[in-house]
Design a protein around this ligand. Sequence first.
Ligand code: DC
Length: 220
Amino acid sequence: MSINVAIDGPAGAGKSTISRRAAQALGFIYVDTGALYRTVGLNALRRGVDLEKPEAIAESVKGISVELKYENGEQAVFLNGENVSAFIRTPEASMAASKVSAVPAVREFLFGLQQDIAAKNDCVMDGRDIGTVVLPHAQVKIFLTASEERARRRYKELIEKGEKVEYENVLAEMKQRDYNDSNRAIAPLRAAPDAITVDTTELSLDESIEKIKNVIKENL
Ligand code: DC
């Protein structure tokens, strides 16, 4: 049986970096499920789907193929055979991902894919509903949070990349996404009852990774 670690939490808690590095340290694959929702969002954007219409979003996943592949431990995501990893990190794709992820047909579409990967591989899988819905039997479940510190970090990242953004907008967008993710009817963002909550607000990135590695080792 494969070993599964589920890491859930809101956007910007450092989840993906921490999960990736913890997976590397353990020799597990890292599965970023947000990339799957982003890919479905990208598909909808490319097709000009009205993101306010859940039926149109549901229709847009019919017949498409979404796959995850690994090269040197790095995850790449494919839409209808095309590697779209470089196109799913834009603000538009983020917002589209948030919208499509609220549609039951989209969650059903990606559910089997995620479970299949976890059944076949030792993995650290991160997302919003991994411990609660996708992998309720994961050996270790972690809920990672970092309160408002997340917006400050995200703002710093964007400024360092040379993007012209206002802190207030970054914070507002993060709050909007958290609100969407926590208030949707299906699979809202929520800690599993048996999840261990780790708040990284006071920790550096290296300290957060160390902490998560220890939590995983202690609970396996
Ligand atoms: O983690 P991320 O920012 O890449 O996620 C993109 C969007 O997908 C985010 O709005 C929440 C959604 N998502 C989800 O609903 N369930 C998951 N397991 C992962 C992401």
